[in-house]
Design a protein. Sequence first.
Length: 249
Amino acid sequence: MITIKSERELDLMRMAGKITALAHQGVAKNIRPGITTQELNDIAEDIIRSNDGIPAFLNYMGYPASACISVNEEVVHGIPSERRLQDGDIVSVDIGAIYKGYVGDAANTYPVGNVSEEAQRLIDVTKESFWQGVKHAKAGARLGDISHAIQTYVEKNGFAVVRDYVGHGIGAAMHESPSIPNYGVAGRGVVLRENMTLAIEPMVNQGTYEVKVLEDQWTAVTLDGKLSAHYEHTLLIKADTYEILTISD
Ligand code: MF3
Ligand code: CO
């Protein structure tokens, strides 16, 4: 069942989204060679808590941190550590915040110092694939319209969409129905309705779409060791458009 949110719930989700966005801003301005991924995690957690939020990922299915920080060939769910970012790395940061029981979820990928042209292109294509997908987000559209637009844009640019992880409905739980693959067929899938809330999150690989999970049981990496990028927002479906919830002005 796909939940339809009330206006009261949407206001709480806007607040959860705003806290998520503030945490991202704080992390983004601290990304530089030499900082550890644990330090970035702590910046995110401090901002979430000082805005009356709760880190949504911490202890979720046993996840041990507040942010997922995935470097280079790490696709998603990288666990913060004493690892220091280096010039030329790309780093994906995924953060969720709960406010009064409602969840915001967003991710972005950043260059560290000077990165290769190809790494920057991967970051740019991943982000743009999200915007190409959500162009189709409005009541009456089909989920497959979004999935198909993301896949088409990514593959046209010579990259691959990850299959093993997908976007999701979101609300009182971080993962609600439906699953939202970043690949699919236009005109297929569930019909979107006003006041559904969705987390759309393309994960894009430079080489093969195949991934594997490391022995830590969390970190997903590309099978070929090539780079991966991630971009995500929580959004609200409206009658004729959408509203991004994980932004702050
Ligand atoms: N954005 C990720 C997702 O939608 C965050 C989950 S990480 C976890 O699945 F650690 F909390 F599981
Ligand atoms: Co998500």
